[in-house]
Design a binder for this molecule. Structure first.
Ligand SMILES: N[C@@H](CCC(=O)N[C@@H](CS(=O)(=O)O)C(=O)NCC(=O)O)C(=O)O
Length: 215
C-alpha cells in the first residue's frame, strides 16, 4: 500500500498513529506531497482525491481511499488487535460519534482557523480566506477543548474505557493546536493530563520518524 501525505500534518498524523497502533507500518510506503507548493491541488493529485487533501491511501488494486476516518476504518479491519473502531455495536457507535465530534468541534475547526485566519499554506494555496469565519472556528475549537476536558473528567479515553480512533482524532486536534499556537485553557486539567498520557504512547512518538520517498 502507498500513503500520500505530508510528514508533519495533523491529519496524516491520525493515519500514521493508527498504522503504528496496528503494527502495520511495514506494509506501507509513504509518498510525500508538498502542501506548500500546492501539489495536493494539482490535476494529477486530484484524480487520487477529488477533495485535494492528504492523506490518501492507495491499495494494491489501485483503489484510492481518502478521508482519515475511512482510511483508519480500512486499516482497523485489516488486522486483529487492538481494535480502534470498536468491537460491539454500541462501542462502534460511541467511538464513531466521539471521533466525528472531535473532527467537527476541534480538528476541523482549527483547520478552518489555520486556512482562513492565518497565512495558512501561503497565497498559492489559500486563494480564498475569510478571517471572521476563521476566528469563529478558532473559538469553537476552544469550546471543544472544554467539552473534551469535561468528558475526560469521568473516563480515561475520549470514547470510554479504551483507547480508540476517537482519541486519535483529538490527538490530531492537539497537534494542530500546537502548530497554530492555540493554547489549551489552563483550567482544562483533565484534557492536559490526557494529552500528556497520549504523548507517551509509542505510536504518537513515532509518527514523525517514518521515512518517506517521492513519486
Ligand atoms: N477531511 C479530510 C481533511 C484532510 C486535510 O485537511 N488534510 C490536510 C493535511 S494537513 O494540513 O493535516 O497536513 C490538507 O490536505 N490540507 C491542505 C489544504 O486543505 O489545502 C480528512 O479527514 O482526511
Amino acid at each position: 500500500m502507498k500513503i500520500y501525505d505530508w510528514h508533519t500534518g495533523p491529519y496524516p498524523a491520525r493515519v500514521r498513529i493508527a498504522l503504528a497502533e496496528k503494527g502495520l507500518q511495514s506494509r506501507v510506503v509513504f509518498v510525500s506531497v508538498d502542501l506548500r507548493k500546492g501539489e495536493h491541488k494539482a490535476p494529477e493529485f486530484l484524480v487520487k482525491n477529488y477533495s485535494g487533501t492528504l492523506p490518501v491511501l492507495e491499495l494494491e488494486d489501485g483503489t484510492f481511499l481518502a478521508e482519515c476516518t475511512a482510511i483508519i476504518e480500512y486499516l482497523d479491519a485489516l488486522e486483529g488487535r487492538p481494535v480502534l473502531t470498536g468491537d460491539s455495536p454500541r462501542e462502534r457507535g460511541v467511538i464513531s460519534m466521539m471521533s466525528k465530534r472531535a473532527e467537527i468541534e476541534l480538528l476541523d475547526a482549527i483547520s478552518v482557523y489555520f486556512h482562513h485566519a492565518t497565512a495558512g499554506l501561503g497565497p498559492l494555496v489559500e486563494t480564498y480566506q475569510n478571517a471572521e469565519w476563521g476566528f469563529r472556528q478558532r473559538d469553537r475549537a476552544v469550546k471543544g477543548m472544554r467539552y473534551f476536558d469535561n468528558v475526560l473528567k469521568s473516563q480515561p479515553f475520549i470514547a470510554g474505557e479504551a483507547f480508540s480512533t476517537a482519541d486519535i482524532t483529538v490527538i490530531g486536534g492537539m497537534i494542530f493546536a500546537e502548530i497554530v499556537h492555540l493554547q489549551v485553557p489552563e483550567e482544562c486539567h483533565s484534557l492536559r493530563d490526557w494529552w500528556t498520557r497520549m504523548q507517551e504512547r509509542p505510536s504518537v512518538q513515532s509518527r514523525l520518524s517514518i521515512s518517506q520517498g517521492r513519486e
